[in-house]
Design a protein around this ligand. Structure first.
Ligand code: ASP
Length: 435
């Protein structure tokens, strides 16, 4: 069977619901459905989740939240009317309104977007409704409990053939509602796919999967038909965003592929993410390229080559002591280089310098700011020689300086550091050279 998760834009209006039903009916294996809350219908529209958070903060500030709540009410009524549904929405909305007025938590408020959309979708499809609060479980501290959820959810799913489970939330042992971070319905979909041992996890959104590069930088980049979870994770680390990062682990662990599809273009095959590499038809050297600005390189050098662990350990401990997290760690024999988030560094820079001084006078710290990290990802990189040479050559021809270059130790990715203002030109040049 297939678990199909539909994002907010796929369920933003009655006409979007109709597309979703057509998709579900087109394949009888689509029996487990995970909806988001209604998203934007047009550019300046509000997402229902944002309106719900707004209700919570208006209530907290002692203002009336009724005008905002009325907009939420209207969104659901419009959908129900367009679809001719007889569900008694009024009663559900009144209860939610009452709970917000009596100080319900932000998580409870936010979760009601998915809850109501799930009720509507179940009614429209004639599927059972399974409240996520009963089967997606968090512990007392509010941490998602993957194993307990998997055990309980698997059992409950055996009782239903066709079921709608709202995304984004679950509950703690004392019955409090908890939500995942924003975009968290992706996570619910993956959890349900794992528990159901689904053959496929479909994630329906408003784009036809991943592109090999950001279309704001590269003109008309090619789509990615297949990519592995590992490759995708590397791309996400360098700024590419389509899927919630935590929505990857449950399905990757369970060996279930994810297919990103476009609700508005259902015939497009989208991108399939698999656990192991498949031969790409259009075998390119890399699967994708992404870039992210806002990095600083902290280069800590020792006068003499030092192969003892103490040097590396000392530098990492210095970073740890000031709560500094590294994004990447390209290092040499007498040099450890931390690529860190510039904003994060600005808060603890003085402290880090002190920590490095404490290591002893033989260490020097060189700080290179305004760095962008570009990552080329793909198993094809190891099958081709001289990839790095070609990158150097093409960037030199464009007059772009390379601040750092590093072929990932897993040989899955190559990181290239350039100055921030040269990032777009560098990505274009590399894409054109290889694709
Ligand atoms: N509705 C939630 C949000 O807007 C969760 C989701 O859409 O996945 O973040």
């Amino acid at each position: 069977m297939i678990v199909a998760k539909f994002g907010g834009s796929s369920l933003a209006s009655g006409s979007q619901f109709q597309k979703v039903r057509d998709i579900i009916l087109a394949d009888s294996r689509r029996t487990l459905i995970v909806p988001s809350a209604p998203g934007k219908r047009f550019h300046d529209d509000d997402k229902v989740t944002d309106l719900l958070y707004r209700c919570h903060s208006e209530q907290g500030d002692g203002q009336s939240f009724q005008a905002t709540f009325q907009r939420i009410r209207q969104r659901y009524f419009d959908i129900a009317m367009e679809l001719n549904l007889s569900l008694n929405l009024e009663a559900y909305l009144d209860e939610i309104n009452k709970n917000i007025a009596s100080g319900a938590s932000a998580d409870y408020c936010a979760s009601r977007g998915e809850y109501l959309n799930g009720l509507l979708l179940a009614d429209y499809l004639g599927f059972a409704f399974l409240d996520a609060a009963e089967v997606i479980l968090f512990d007392e501290k509010g941490v998602f409990d993957a194993e307990k959820t998997n055990a309980i959810l698997s059992k409950r799913l055996e009782q239903h053939e066709n079921v709608v489970i709202p995304g984004f939330y679950g509950s703690t042992p004392d019955g409090e509602i908890r939500v995942f971070s924003r975009g968290g319905s992706d996570i619910t979909g993956a959890i349900v796919a794992r528990a159901a041992r689904a053959e496929l996890y479909e994630n329906w959104t408003d784009v036809s999967g991943f592109l090999m590069a950001d279309p704001r930088i590269v003109n008309n980049p090619k789509p990615i038909s297949h990519i592995t979870y590992h490759e995708m994770h590397e791309l996400c680390c360098a700024g590419a965003t389509v899927l919630h990062e935590d929505g990857v682990y449950p399905v990757n662990r369970a060996g279930i592929p994810t297919n990103i599809r476009n609700t508005n273009l259902p015939k497009h095959p989208g991108t399939t993410i698999t656990c192991t590499a498949v031969q790409r038809e259009d075998f390119a050297i890399f699967a994708g390229i992404a870039g992210k600005k806002g990095f600083t390189l902290l280069v800590v050098e020792k006068e003499q080559a030092d192969r003892t662990l103490a040097f590396v350990q000392g530098v990492l401990q210095a970073a740890k002591n000031c709560g500094l997290v590294f994004q990447y760690l390209p290092s040499g024999i007498n040099c450890v280089c931390l690529m860190v988030d510039t904003h994060q560094l600005s808060i603890v820079e003085g402290l880090f310098q002190e920590e490095i001084q404490k290591l002893g006078i033989a260490y020097s710290l060189n700080i290179q700011r305004q760095i962008a990290g570009i990552v080329l990802v793909g198993y094809g990189i190891i099958h081709n020689r001289a990839t790095v040479n070609r990158i150097y050559k093409i960037l030199k021809e464009q007059g772009i300086g390379v601040v750092m270059i590093n072929q990932g130790s897993g040989e899955l990715s190559t990181w290239v550091g350039v100055l921030e203002n040269e990032m777009e030109a560098a990505i274009r040049a590399i894409y054109e050279e290889f694709v």
